[in-house]
Write a protein that binds this ligand. Structure first.
Ligand code: GLN
Length: 281
């Protein structure tokens, strides 16, 4: 079987089984099985696969057809132009979360040396992206899951920011040794009853998705914790799910009556990031 044939076969198989982005997924898995880059794949499409490569590719496609996300199969995912190691212990970074990072960068610029925390860091994609884009920032990254923190540690080392990010295991802001200027969080916000509709369910950790009955249980807890840990003029930035903008704004108003609250839309026009700024006391 040639590379071209392998690709076309897998593409059809994935598409017939309603896998979104079948072409891209087939290519990703073939490149992984052959350990080649995109250029090699397209400049030498008639090269044959060895029996071993065919076997590896077939196995990858089988896993994908059973619903396993390709990022777990190949062991990495791109986010904010950087490559991150991922496994089943962490949520796979999503493109919409790049908006959260962009906003955090913009809001950090008014500080010469901001102190930032990434809450529920998972694979560490947000904290690492911030560290690389804000060279003077001091960053904490917390997660309640010890196995997730181990993945984040790998990524900090991979991107050589391990000296700039303090990884802490614990409940959101509780392990922080000091107050911070910026809090960034992509917490679980899916309603428990909607979990079966998340297409990676059964593979991604529920701990990273399940936001309780109204989806806002954990976000609410963070807002309460933030009262004691956010410095004056500080910013709390959170990713939210579709249709949660009004409920989160109301919740924040109740806790921080003096703060200014903004909702930022993603490229699809969905309210995706909520930004609270404290007054300077
Ligand atoms: N955006 C994710 C999804 O809908 C949810 C991520 C989260 O809960 N933070 O699959």
């Amino acid at each position: 079987m040639t590379r071209r044939q392998a690709l076309s076969h897998a593409r059809k198989l994935l598409a017939t089984n309603n896998i979104e982005g079948a072409s891209l997924e087939a290519e990703l898995l073939l490149r992984y099985a052959l350990k080649i880059d995109r250029i090699q794949l397209y400049t030498e499409p008639d090269q044959g696969l060895t029996p071993q490569q065919e076997e590896t590719y077939r196995h990858c496609i089988e896993r994908r057809l059973k619903g396993e996300p390709s990022a777990y199969i190949v062991g990495h995912r791109e986010f904010f132009g950087l490559d991150f190691y991922v496994d089943k212990n962490v949520l796979i970074p999503r493109p919409e979360t790049e908006l959260l990072v962009e906003q955090a960068i913009v809001r950090s610029r008014k500080y010469s040396a901001p102190v930032i925390v990434d809450v529920g860091t998972g694979c560490g994609a947000i904290a690492t992206s911030l560290a690389l884009n804000l060279p003077n920032a001091r960053i904490y990254a917390t997660d309640v899951s010890e196995v997730a923190v181990n993945v984040a540690r790998c990524n900090c080392q991979k991107h050589r920011v391990q000296d700039r990010i303090s990884l802490l295991i614990g409940n959101m802001l509780k392990p922080l040794p000091e107050s911070v200027d910026i809090i960034v969080a992509n917490l679980p916000y899916v309603r428990t009853t909607n979990l079966p509709q998340v297409n990676t369910i059964g593979f991604e950790p529920c701990l990273a998705l399940d936001g309780g009955a109204d989806g806002l249980g954990i976000i609410h807890q963070l807002c309460i914790q933030a009262k004691d840990k956010l410095l004056s003029s500080g910013c709390l930035l959170m990713e939210i799910g579709m249709g949660q903008g009004t409920a989160v704004t109301n919740l924040l108003h109740d806790i921080f009556s003096q703060a200014s609250i903004k909702i930022i839309l993603d490229l699809s026009g969905i309210a995706r990031v909520v930004c609270l700024t404290l007054p300077s006391y």
